[in-house]
Design a protein around this ligand. Structure first.
Ligand code: SF4
Length: 376
């Protein structure tokens, strides 16, 4: 019987670098795009035989800015995926789009190719805040892109938001959260800004004013209450969805399910191994030209590592982790393996136990990192 598998395809191109971004993404020209697509097609050829006993139930074309690719390029890529893998009739197929890089024709093409979910990098609905983080778009581009997605027939749309931006107040983030509701996305991801070394904001941090930790917490609470009042269910620390619209693809990462990652810098988790692709453009291109097997580097996770990962990734989910599932995978109970840590955090109020399930408490959600670190 075929087993389910997720597929992630990384498109590393962006118009320019946002000030907070440390993802593997960079500006490109037409020639780089063509060479990259050719490499992805080669990588699919190399990898498809490994996936013969699997069917894809999620596909995620992420980046970077995949919507920078031309209609012809995205068509080549999607058609290659379709002829190379078994695909579930009910597949969740997402593409990431940034306002200002996508048109009605592109959305129509995505739809025609079978893509059924759009993830849009909105980040904020305040012009000054968008400028302060170096986004290439303003509100006008966001509204045009959103209208085009709807016109092309997309119903399942995610908005990415960031809070704790330079000079952002709790009130202005609350405004963004409220206004976002008017567009009725099916899914919202809301992450707190992280200052990563090497980014423009990191370099400029002394000359900028950032929200305090308390304000950061208030923003998170504000987001939760606005979204919950409007019928969204928080199903992960930073993710909210209308019932039935939780991201199946992201749930794979938090549930330690198998996925293949293709493209520069992409990682895979496949048959208990972690694989990493080369993370520079030239290395990736020559890696696919040499038809290396599967991936460049692989690490087989020990049983202990798999058990730790099951716990610390799984606890990101609001419904927590199930001992029954743990037993099916590892033939032992997590109360046996992690009993001390679990009891410590139940006693200090950060974890809650309900029968065979443990999950983060409300207080634990705020201190999630402290809890998760203890399982490593
Ligand atoms: S669009 Fe996304 S990937 Fe590209 S630079 Fe901005 S944050 Fe990074």
């Amino acid at each position: 019987m075929l087993k389910p598998l997720g597929l992630y395809i990384h498109i590393p191109f962006c118009v320019r670098k946002c000030f907070y971004c440390d993802f593997n993404s960079f500006p490109c020209d037409g020639d780089m795009q063509e060479r990259y697509i050719a490499s992805l097609l080669r990588e699919i050829d190399t990898i498809k035989d490994y996936a013969k006993e699997y069917y894809l139930d999620t596909i995620f074309i992420g980046g970077g800015t995949p919507s920078l690719l031309s209609e012809e390029q995205i068509q080549k890529l999607c058609n290659k995926i379709k002829v190379s893998f078994y695909i579930d009739d009910d597949v969740e197929w997402t593409i990431e789009c940034n306002p200002g890089t996508v048109t009605l024709n592109k959305f129509r093409k995505y739809k025609e190719l079978g893509i059924n979910r759009v993830s849009m990098g909105v980040q904020s609905l305040d012009e000054a805040e968008l400028k302060a983080i170096g986004r290439i778009h303003g509100l006008k581009e966001f509204m045009e892109s959103y209208a085009a997605a709807k016109l092309a027939g997309f119903e399942n749309i995610n908005f990415d938001l960031i809070f704790s931006l330079p000079s952002q107040s709790v009130e202005s983030f609350g405004d963004t959260a409220e206004k976002i509701m008017l567009y009725k996305p099916t899914h919202i991801s809301a992450y707190s800004l992280q200052l990563e070394e090497g980014t423009t904001l990191y370099e400029m941090q002394d000359s900028l004013e950032f929200p305090t930790e308390e304000e950061n917490r208030e923003m998170y609470e504000k987001a939760k209450s606005v979204f919950e009042e409007n019928g969204y269910i928080q199903y992960e620390i930073s993710n909210f969805a209308k019932p039935g619209f939780e991201s199946k693809h992201n749930l794979k990462y938090w549930s330690q399910d198998e996925y293949l990652g293709l493209g520069l810098g992409a990682s895979s988790y496949f048959e208990n191994c972690r694989y990493d692709n080369p993370d520079t453009f030239d290395e990736y291109i020559s890696f696919t030209e040499n038809k290396k097997v599967l991936h460049l580097e692989s690490t087989r996770l020990t049983r202990e590592e798999q058990m730790s990962e099951f716990m610390f990734m799984g606890l990101r989910k609001i419904k927590g982790v199930s001992d029954m599932v743990f037993k099916e995978r590892f033939n032992t109970s997590f109360f046996e393996v992690f009993g001390d840590v679990i009891n410590k955090h139940i006693n200090n109020g950060l974890l809650v136990r309900e029968d065979e399930i443990i999950c983060l408490s409300q207080k634990g959600l705020d201190l999630a990192n402290t809890v998760m670190c203890d399982f490593v």
